[in-house]
Design a protein around this ligand. Structure first.
Ligand SMILES: [Zn+2]
Length: 437
């Protein structure tokens, strides 16, 4: 294996992008929709041939391509819909209807602000439309002889470069990540990998650290965003968790530990959307109320009103009701052994009522201060065979490991990303030791 080609291991624990000399493993995962002919088909042959810039400014701008074809483009604004845009441009509702009848017609019913639309028309009649929700995807609609439209979705495969990220938490996970150049959505994804082991609301402490091997995506040499997290490690209060991304033979990508055990478990550690809870909100709480009020048989998550509350595991809603002390509350039964309770909700999520099946991570309600509550918080209880347990320390049933038949495939495909992570971790540790001496 060419793992350690010279110059491969970083000299210092910084975040220099590293280009691998060997092909990246697992690149078929996630972006499995790659397309041959990376740049896709010619979108607007006339425009391309004439070197016309179709990625123009936000305001509609006209380019005369030849005598009878006109190409215009614009960026979707907040509040826009295709119907509005068509009306603005005097294209017929019939043309829009014809577009929605194509194989990719449904993409036009939920267009994103910021997405790019390019129109080609002849004699004021729409002949082609290109919708680009992002730099890697475009949907091309073309008028056929019979007046209907055909459609085609084209994916552009970005160039991928591996990079390492390391952060030591000083105040909050998000502020630390931002300081090393990680966007919040990547931090979210990182935390989600470990959300069955770590309570990101209550258990993060200064000094906790993380390491991640991440793809950076480039298009025509320009950085367009982060791709998959290939492997990651989180050290939380001295406990170390390591995860590696693996795509099974069935094409499902997920995270496993080095032994091939799924990172997923039957219950989330924290049944609240932690990204919505600002660090200052939490850090003011020196320790969870669990230790203070007795008898107190649950955990309190202080959180802004309206913060989504998530079902900790798959189950069935046993109670969704209101009492004077509990306020609005939900009880979920998970199989025969487990019950979880959620108190003081401002309101229930739509459709949440007794008998309703819920999935892990599904929003069941929102943080409030109904019932006997001094301020907005979620009171959460976890019962095993009718006995209250601390959900942050109780050992949870494991999810399915990698299939025994493909465990050697798993080892083969994850080995490199685990070794790279270890090496990066060692480099960081070495650097910090030498700094101290
Ligand atoms: Zn409580």
């Amino acid at each position: 294996m060419l793992l350690f080609a010279s110059g491969f291991i970083p000299e210092e624990p910084t975040d220099h992008p590293l280009t691998l000399t060997t092909p990246l493993p697992e690149l078929e995962s996630g972006q499995a929709r790659n397309v041959s002919g990376a740049q896709g088909g010619a979108l607007l042959p006339n425009a391309a041939a004439n070197g016309v810039e179709t990625r123009g400014p936000a305001s509609p701008k006209e380019y005369v391509v030849n005598e009878d074809a006109v190409v215009t483009s614009e960026t979707v604004r907040a509040g826009d819909s295709m119907a509005l845009i068509f009306a603005r441009r005097n294209f017929s509702a019939r043309a829009l209807y014809a577009l929605t009848q194509t194989a990719h017609g449904e993409t036009l019913t939920g267009i994103f602000p910021g997405a790019r639309l390019t129109f080609e028309s002849k004699n004021d009649q729409l002949t082609a439309l290109t919708y680009e929700p992002g730099p890697l995807e475009r949907v091309v609609f073309s008028r056929e002889q019979d007046g209907s439209f055909s459609s085609e979705e084209i994916f552009t495969e970005p160039e991928k470069v591996l990079t390492y990220k390391h952060g030591i938490i000083s105040s909050s996970l998000f502020s630390t990540s931002q300081a090393i150049g990680l966007p919040d959505n990547l931090t979210m994804r990182l935390a989600q990998i470990f959300q069955w082991d770590i309570d990101f609301v209550l258990d993060i402490r200064p000094g906790d650290e993380f390491f991640a091997l991440v793809e950076e995506q480039y298009l025509d040499g320009e950085f367009i965003g982060f791709g998959d997290i290939l492997s990651a490690r989180f050290v939380n209060q001295g406990r170390t968790f390591t995860a590696v991304r693996y795509t099974t033979e069935n094409g499902v990508s997920d995270y496993f530990n080095a032994q091939g055990r799924s990172m997923r478990k039957a219950f989330l550690r924290a049944p609240v959307e932690f990204s919505r809870i600002s660090s200052s909100f939490n850090l003011r709480r020196k320790h969870p109320l669990y230790k203070t009020v007795r008898p107190h048989r649950g955990i309190d998550y202080a959180a802004p009103p309206g913060t989504p509350i998530l079902a900790a595991g798959d189950g069935r809603v046993e109670i969704a009701s209101r009492t004077k002390p509990n306020g609005n509350y939900v009880v979920i039964k998970h199989g025969e052994q487990f019950v979880t309770k959620y108190l003081h909700l401002s309101k229930f999520a739509r459709g949440i009522k007794s008998g309703k099946r819920v999935n892990q991570g599904q929003i069941i309600g929102y943080v409030g201060s109904t019932g006997y509550a001094t301020g907005p918080h979620l009171h959460y209880e976890f019962l095993v065979n009718g006995v209250h347990q601390n959900p942050r320390t109780v050992s949870l049933p494991q999810a399915k490991p990698v299939n025994e038949q493909e465990i050697s495939r798993f080892r083969e495909r994850t080995f490199e990303n685990l070794v790279l992570l270890d090496h990066f971790n060692q480099q960081v540790a070495l650097a910090s030791t030498s700094q101290r001496s």
